[in-house]
Write a protein that binds this ligand. Structure first.
Ligand code: ARG
Length: 463
């Protein structure tokens, strides 16, 4: 008799696994977080086997009971995880067999860890997509509230990070809302390709038992059984797609973060981030650092990295399952944790932002932000737009020389550049006049921002 080999697959082995190799190949340290999905999948499989006459109802009840107890032990922190048992699947199966005896060994009939793990990950990702969707909605609701309150707060709008035209802060916040709506849709769409059942594909070719894949698919809330057994056990597109969707969201959040970091600086001084989302410096007593936006900006690095990891992991893999696939989990799980953390921080923080209206207004007054309005004014008086552009360019050059904004020049000063300029010009040179004039769907006028908020509220309520 040789030394003891692995109890789940050791039949053909003549020596136990090398201790290092056992640790090197094990996934239990990171796949144990899928315990609920693994148990859920096993119960569905056992029920289906019972309908097929492969298990008796008593055996099925024993399996269900045993698995329920195991779940309780895991949740109580009492479960003895074992590296020797390699992964979540074998840890649970061995515990079940220990608990209910021979019947535990029957659970794996007509199944393989290959379809089992694919099922577990899909269930796991599906559950987490649902959590992420809720968190995006919470973030968006916060944005809607803030945008409504800031619908007529004026700030400079930028292109090339140079003052361009005045906009309303509510309008800017609603731009963020739009990015998030697309992210929401992308997760909903990704979920469709996640929610397909691999169970029954077994190792790769299907199984000789009279299984009914529709039953397990329905029991687990999947939309349908996967079409092809080889594809079912080896497809990790859904994980890549989840990471791609998450990368786009992470990218959006870097843009928001960058703006918050700029706006919180004393150079911009547009917003106050609540103290509870900031930290100080151990050496410079005056500092209040925007750590949360900075960190969210930085977290994009690992999310993009995980997308690259998974693409590279799957590159050139021949069908069907390969052990490489075990490497899908850590990038995937870290993406989930990171995205949830970023969303949670922003959903908590953004509604608590305080705008500094005076400073925003003051900044909008600097930088000739109503220059386009003056050009439009001249065009309305009959001047071709290109000529109007030239006239305004000259007045801006003059303003730069004598350090005056357009609205600060006298009528006489302005008329030097064009006789078409009359006293009514000051209606368009004011910030309020400028934003109010952009009064169409998607424009920055306060009433249009309120209309966009109303549409946003409807969209979010319909989810
Ligand atoms: N721990 C493995 C994984 O995560 C489970 C599937 C193992 N299958 C196998 N035939 N070795 O991919």
């Amino acid at each position: 008799m040789t030394k003891e080999t692995n109890q789940q697959w050791g039949g053909r082995f003549s020596e136990p696994t090398d201790a290092f190799v056992a640790r090197f190949t094990a996934s239990i340290t990171f796949d144990q977080r899928m315990y609920r999905q693994d148990i859920q999948g096993s119960i569905a499989h056992a029920k289906m086997l019972t309908e097929a006459g492969v298990l008796t109802p008593v055996e099925c009840a024993d399996i269900e009971q045993g698995l329920a107890e195991i779940q309780t032990e895991i949740e109580a922190g009492d479960f003895p995880w074992s590296i020797e048992l390699e992964d979540i699947h074998m840890n649970i199966e061995a515990a079940l067999t220990k608990k209910i005896g021979l019947t535990g060994k029957k659970l794996h009939t007509g199944r393989s860890r290959n379809d089992q793990v694919a099922t577990d990950i899909r269930l796991y990702v599906r559950d987490e997509i649902d959590n992420i969707l809720l968190e995006i909605t919470r973030f968006q609701e916060g944005l809607l509230g803030l945008a409504k309150a800031e619908a007529s707060t004026i700030m400079p709008g930028f292109t090339h990070l140079q003052t361009a035209q005045p906009v309303t802060f509510g309008h800017h916040l609603m731009a963020w809302f739009e990015m998030l709506s697309r992210d929401y849709e992308r997760y909903v769409d990704t979920r469709k390709r996640v929610n397909v059942s691999p169970l029954g594909a077994a190792a790769l070719a299907g199984t000789t038992y009279p299984i009914n894949r529709q039953i397990t698919s329905d029991l687990l809330g999947f939309d349908r059984p996967a079409e092809n057994s080889l594809d079912a056990v080896s497809d990790r597109d859904f994980a890549i797609e989840f990471c791609a969707t998450s990368s786009i969201l992470a990218m959006h959040m870097t843009r928001m973060s960058e703006e918050l970091v700029l706006w919180a600086s004393s150079q911009f001084n547009f917003v106050n981030l609540p103290d509870r989302f900031c930290t100080g410096s151990s050496i410079m007593p005056q500092k209040k650092n925007p750590d949360v936006p900075e960190l969210v900006r930085g977290k994009s690095g690992r999310v993009y990295g995980h997308l690259m990891s998974l693409l590279t992991l799957m590159k050139s893999q021949p069908l069907a399952y390969n052990k490489d696939n075990q490497e899908d989990k850590e990038p995937l799980f870290d993406t989930i944790d990171t995205i949830k953390g970023c969303l949670r921080a922003y959903a908590d923080m953004v509604p608590a932002l305080e705008s500094k209206k005076e400073q925003m207004r003051e900044a909008a007054l600097r930088g000739f932000s109503t220059a386009t309005d003056l050009a439009d004014y001249l065009t309305r008086k009959g001047m071709p737009f290109r000529d109007a552009h030239e006239v305004v360019g000259k007045s801006v050059a003059y303003g730069l020389e004598c350090n005056k904004d357009l609205a600060e020049m006298s009528l006489e000063e302005l008329q030097v550049f064009s006789g078409d300029i009359k006293a009514d010009v000051f209606d368009v040179l004011t910030l309020e006049g400028s934003v109010a004039a952009r009064d169409h769907i998607g424009g920055t006028a306060p009433n249009q921002v309120l209309a966009a908020v109303a549409r946003g509220e409807k969209l979010v309520a319909a989810r």
